[in-house]
Design a protein around this ligand. Structure first.
Ligand code: ADP
Length: 551
């Protein structure tokens, strides 16, 4: 028997129409560095989205599923594009502005982007690459910046404000199939070539509901969220869409992502929530310790993208900013798990332990662990295997060009269609995920696995250590052994024996897991989205570029 319920498509258009009407007064505040921030209500931004859609359609000839790319920081105009492009039936492609030039050109060509909307401040990134981006017919510049560098290329250049000015503030949005492409985002390529993930209207809608659940971020129109995680990084973790569903106010840092302006915007604009990767929080912590500010408004911070070290969580807790740890990836929209402790653990000794896990799975994300020989492993909190997931906001394939079949590589998808995450960990009987490594980063020493993440977290708890990355290096006897790379506090001496003793005694790391190879670096190399780039460390080690001490 079929249901008797209406089959109304779940679309980004609905989020837009709902947000601009029901949450008309909620605000998008964009930081401008000096003077007053740019302030816009959801009603105003929604009207400008309609104007942008008219301009894209009438003036730039955007039709069907044409791709409209953005090369932008987090700001109100970027939010306008987030809604205008999918709602008119086209596909928004957010470009990671920190990618190496070659990859950026490759991605634009691969996606056949027809239009690029670029922040004026990012013209220096786009201009030298534009001649090779042959699919791009139009560049739309938003905000101030020297446009002369864009002259003389094959693309027509427009000004965002001039383009939308005077156009109707409403749009007759088309009826869309909820399974249609709404947005696309390429993985940042930490472990290989970038791969295109294409989100549907339906996946974005359902994911927004998950973001808004009390179990996840649980924010309302009384909140303001400082969205530091870039809009080009998995849709800023779904926040811009989720905000239009519940009216959460957005505080957008634009290009002012350094610790000092972030601290200033928290003090002045008083957000209640913020979302970013651990490296941003490390920087902010150092800034707040050096120059204390009133950050009392900020009571909840979401940390994800890399493991949150215990020391960082405790330091933020001590300042009254409660950390909520979450796990996800480009392929999972990204919310995969959120570390809210279960009711029975709240207020007990167990609470911190739960909060330090990657979190528990929501109903929309099914999970299983697969061992080295393809066997299913139990959720016993001990058996470590590769995490596989499936659900309505999880990718089932990668984009492979307009006319090609989607890509389903064997190392990313199981024969029965589950996403192989490449993350290795355990799941507790009550559904909490603890990642011990990336499949490519585990250290295989004498037939046993050593978790690089466990060693890093333990090292970063030492008062002299600012950052630590541990990678596997070849070893004649054991196959692989850990190399510990540490960034020391200013003025601290490199006493590796003491650090090793600290790991054994304070962190209780088993003796056979303790690194014997050590090196000090000025900074751990980072990927375009701020994660430790272990590929670079392994390469530097292999090339003999690191000054390694053996204990
Ligand atoms: P890339 O794969 O290019 O780094 P993503 O942003 O999609 O781009 O990264 C997803 C990966 O980031 C996950 O597979 C996982 O390894 C890591 N990750 C994300 N969140 C966490 C977390 N809370 N703890 C540990 N690792 C995390």
């Amino acid at each position: 028997m079929l249901s008797t319920m209406q089959d109304v498509p779940l679309t980004v258009t609905r989020l837009l129409e709902h947000g601009m009407r029901v949450h008309a007064r909620s605000r998008i505040t964009t930081w401008t560095g000096e003077g007053e921030p740019r302030r816009r209500t959801f009603a105003e931004a929604g009207a400008r989205s309609a104007q942008l859609a008219h301009a894209l359609h009438d003036e730039l000839g955007v039709r069907g599923d044409d791709r409209v790319a953005t090369l932008m920081f987090n700001n109100a105009e970027h939010v306008e594009a987030y809604f205008a492009v999918p709602a008119m039936g086209a596909v928004l492609h957010t470009l990671n502005l920190r990618l190496p030039a070659e990859q950026l050109v490759w991605i634009v060509q691969h996606a056949s982007d027809r239009v690029v909307i670029v922040d004026g401040s990012l013209i220096p990134v786009l201009a030298p690459l534009l001649p090779r981006m042959t699919s791009v017919k139009h560049v739309v510049v938003s905000g101030p910046g020297d446009r002369s560098a864009l002259d003389g290329t094959h693309a027509r250049v427009h000004d965002y404000e001039e383009l939308i000015a005077g156009r109707p503030a409403t749009y007759d949005w088309p009826e869309l199939d909820e399974r249609q492409a709404a947005a696309m985002c390429y993985t940042s390529g930490t472990t290989g070539d970038p791969k295109g993930v294409v989100y549907s209207h339906r996946s974005i809608y359902l994911h927004s509901m998950q973001v808004n659940m009390a179990e996840s971020m649980g924010l309302t129109d009384r909140d303001t969220s400082l969205i530091v995680v870039p809009q080009f990084h998995v849709n800023a973790w779904g926040l811009p869409h989720a905000t239009f569903m519940t009216g959460i106010n957005m505080l957008m840092p634009d290009r002012f992502l350094q610790p000092a302006p972030l601290a200033e915007m928290i003090e002045r604009e008083r957000p209640t929530h913020a979302a970013a990767v651990p490296t941003i929080w490390q920087g902010l912590l150092a800034e707040l310790n050096a120059r204390p500010r009133d950050v009392s408004s900020l009571v909840q911070v979401t940390i994800g993208g890399s493991a949150c070290p215990r020391s960082l969580m405790e330091a933020f807790d001590a300042k009254g900013m409660r950390v909520c740890h979450a796990w996800g990836m480009t392929e999972t929209s990204p919310l995969g798990t959120v570390a809210r402790p279960p009711a029975h653990a709240v207020g007990t000794d167990e609470e911190l332990g739960y909060r330090l896990t990657q979190g528990r799975f929501p109903a929309g994300v099914e999970a299983r662990l697969t061992g080295p020989d393809g066997e299913r492993l139990p959720w016993d909190g001990k058996s470590a295997g590769e995490l596989e997931v499936r659900g309505p906001w999880i990718a089932g394939a990668y984009y492979n060009g307009a006319d090609a079949e989607p890509l389903r590589p064997d190392d990313k998808f199981s024969p029965d269609g589950w996403l192989k995450t490449g993350d290795v960990g355990t799941i507790s009987p009550d559904g909490y995920l603890t990642l011990t490594d990336r499949a490519k980063d585990v250290i295989k020493s004498g037939g046993e696995w050593i978790s690089s993440v466990a060693l890093e977290n333990a090292l970063m708890a030492h008062p002299d250590v600012v950052e630590a990355a541990v990678v596997a290096v070849p070893d004649e006897r054991w196959g692989e052994r850990p190399l510990a790379t540490v960034v020391l506090k200013d003025g601290a001496a490199a006493d590796f024996a003491a650090l090793r003793a600290f790991l054994a005694e304070e962190a209780r790391i088993a003796k056979w897991q303790l690194p014997e190879r050590w090196t000090v670096v000025d900074a751990v190399p980072k990927t375009s989205v701020g994660k430790f780039d272990k590929k670079v460390l392994r390469r530097q080690y292999a090339a003999g570029e690191l000054d390694v001490t053996r204990l």
